[in-house]
Design a protein around this ligand. Sequence first.
Ligand SMILES: NC(=O)c1ccc[n+]([C@@H]2O[C@H](COP(=O)([O-])OP(=O)(O)OC[C@H]3O[C@@H](n4cnc5c(N)ncnc54)[C@H](O)[C@@H]3O)[C@@H](O)[C@H]2O)c1
Ligand SMILES: O=P(O)(O)OC[C@H](O)CO
Length: 323
Amino acid sequence: MKAGVIGAGAWGTALAQLLAADGQVVALWALEADVVDAINATQQNPLYLPGIKLAPSIRATSAMADLGDCDMLLVVSPAQHLRSVVRQAPAGVPLILCSKGIEAGTGLLMGEVARAAQPTSPIAVLSGPTFAHEVAKGLPTAITLACEDAVLGAQLAARIARPAFRPYLSDDVTGAEIGGAVKNVLAIACGVADGAGLGLNARAALISRGFAEMTRFGLARGARAETLGGLSGLGDLVLTCSSTNSRNFSLGKGLGEGRSAAELLSNRRTVAEGAFTAPVLRDAARAAGVEMPVVEAVCALLADAAPLGTVIDALLARPLRPE
Ligand SMILES: NC(=O)c1ccc[n+]([C@@H]2O[C@H](COP(=O)([O-])OP(=O)(O)OC[C@H]3O[C@@H](n4cnc5c(N)ncnc54)[C@H](O)[C@@H]3O)[C@@H](O)[C@H]2O)c1
Ligand SMILES: O=P(O)(O)OC[C@H](O)CO
């Protein structure tokens, strides 16, 4: 058995490290030739996961054909590139989707995109509160593994579980995907509150009211409430809204400090998924008649469409309503 990982950003590299730590061979596909060379020559990925010595059994490659003998493939590209990498992946091999977002242009969740790109490949989703550096260091982590096929889900969970890495099984793929996508947008909002010095009460309010938005949207799309309240929803929301280790929170913090979205988003190598998901999520919510005022506020700031003070005042001035 050989695992393949598609995408050698921070999370793909950390997952490869997790799977290879006991000496198992892991094939890691990277887009950039210099990342492939660095991992194979020095057991390091200084571009995306600096400071971590990687297992020598990780074999980096830029040839997708090298993943042809893998029994499972973890897809860890940014959400907006998932379609193109899944199209290139070997067909018929179970895909564990680890990207968090909604595809721009189509409004599709990652499972829907993967099914369209590779119709014969079984799909699972891996999502939860997981900062890559912590997983790469072997710190304790729990995560949701969602798969409609319970037998396959159990097999995949057994393949990726490690003493300090606990997958919890679910058959609610949609719920796991929506939690991971929506929390990134809400983390931007919490970062804004931090950057603007609005205080910890405001952060708690945003987490709580943001979770209400996530739940309304998720239920409208067929997700289950307990999934949204679990690791892949509330768990990840709390993690990402609490730390500048989150790229989404940091992006929001910059906005809250008065910097423009255009400046913060230009020339960055690492991905802040919430910036891409926010407008797609807003449009999907409007189309479904779901109110998401915090998401709307984040969209206004990302579009540099309104001054920060105006956006905050508008949120606070919304009509009083039952919780
Ligand atoms: N970093 C984390 O802690 C973490 C944890 C859980 C989930 N995720 C999710 O994993 C996904 C990948 O994030 P990351 O943190 O590993 O990435 P990253 O920000 O560390 O690196 C960017 C990645 O984008 C890739 N990329 C850039 N252009 C591309 C293209 N045209 N085609 C394919 N790939 C391209 C790069 O090769 C690189 O792998 C995201 O959806 C993220 O939300 C990240
Ligand atoms: O750095 P972020 O904001 O992409 O968050 C990373 C993970 O999704 C946390 O679970």
